[in-house]
Design a protein around this ligand. Sequence first.
Ligand SMILES: Nc1nc2c(ncn2[C@@H]2O[C@H](COP(=O)(O)OP(=O)(O)O)[C@@H](O)[C@H]2O)c(=O)[nH]1
Ligand SMILES: [Mg+2]
Length: 451
Amino acid sequence: MRNRPGQPFDVAEARADAPVLDDVIFAPACAPGRAAVSIVRLSGSGAAGAVEALCGAPPPPRLASLRRLVGRDGPIDEALVLWFPAPASFTGEDVAEFHLHGSRAVLRAVLAELGRRPGLRPAEPGEFARRAFRNGKRDLASLEGLADLIDAETEAQRRQALEQLSGAAGRMAQRWSEALLDLQAEVESDLDFSDEADVQTDLTRVRRGAARLAAEMAAAVEGVGAAARLRDGFRIAIAGPPNVGKSSLLNAIAARDVAIVADSPGTTRDVLDTPLDLGGLPVTLSDTAGQRESTDPIEAEGVRRARARAADADLVWWLARTEAETEGAPAGATIVASQRDRFASDPSPRWADIAISAQTGLGLPELLARAQSTLAQLAAPAESAAIVRERHREATEAARASLLRIEAGVGAPELVAEELRLARRAIGRIVGATDVEQVLGVIFSRFCIGK
Ligand SMILES: Nc1nc2c(ncn2[C@@H]2O[C@H](COP(=O)(O)OP(=O)(O)O)[C@@H](O)[C@H]2O)c(=O)[nH]1
Ligand SMILES: [Mg+2]
């Protein structure tokens, strides 16, 4: 017989610790400024009263109704009003939405009217999401995905965020937690019986199970680096000796004058970044100082930064006009023969991977296509990975460390049971079942007001 010690996650217990804030909160749900429509959202158990004061009894649930909003000083606007009674709403509380005409004046008047009512106050950043978490509507990992989806600027970022929003990390954490619970039950049932008879506790099966889970966790965190890149942007560094045309290439790709181009070597001293969308992949393209020995301390610092940037780039384009200038290229760099319009006798030299001219545009589409396919290979496992953030990786690694101690053979069954409990606790952090207060502040401060 198996005793199952508790649920996979003691969610209710963790949530009871969360601060209880029962005011009705309100906030614009969109960016400020002139627009066709702007939306104000309210959440809390007194939301119905606020709706009533502005436009009469709340409309039927989830049906858009055209209402005239009237404030203390007279009519404010005609708006679509939506009513989502608890618990079927984003926050799990009573929620109302006013879809207003999108002028600053209308928005200001509605917010002022709401702010005058007792029991209502403007929402803090991320407070709607925090309430959704507290009321069990979403786990932490999926709320992180929501924040990423709002921030997503490219297609690949959007897909990754949507996967997270749908709860990929939460499902994986749930599965691990259940597996850990099974192992825990096995050890603890052994413990229960061991003093009744001379049962020699056999932990071989538990050890094997722990090893299997540890391996699964190791595989799951492998994609985190690439996943983080997908969220924050891949890096391509343009490097090479002075005057080969690095700044000209950056400008040609950005289609504007980001960097100063000049005949004199040593013009570029700082690292210059420009964002790119390479077929859905977010990329930061960096122009760097020409790499040469310099006695000028500022240029020398520029060269140091150039080397550092090339070292942590996902891809380095090393520009060179001649074979001699390829000297110093880091291993794995793409060797780019530059200024080919000036070298008509040798348009595509064999010492280079690709030949370009920033002036005529020759070779630039090929250079970008090549970079895109290299980065797409790096990004591929990341798009569907469940464990995509550093916070999740840390929790998973902590759990894995416990499992590895079991595999390595920590002695007594009591110790094995304790390691399993620690592992489950660590995994619980991913979804917010344990150590909630530690992570809440960090996560929700990233949200904009109105989310
Ligand atoms: N003909 C030609 N000249 C170029 C090309 N790219 C750069 N140059 C020139 O080479 C010089 C150095 O260019 P720059 O982009 O500042 O090189 P950097 O020092 O590597 O950043 C400038 O005079 C540019 O006009 C090119 O593709 N064709
Ligand atoms: Mg330059």
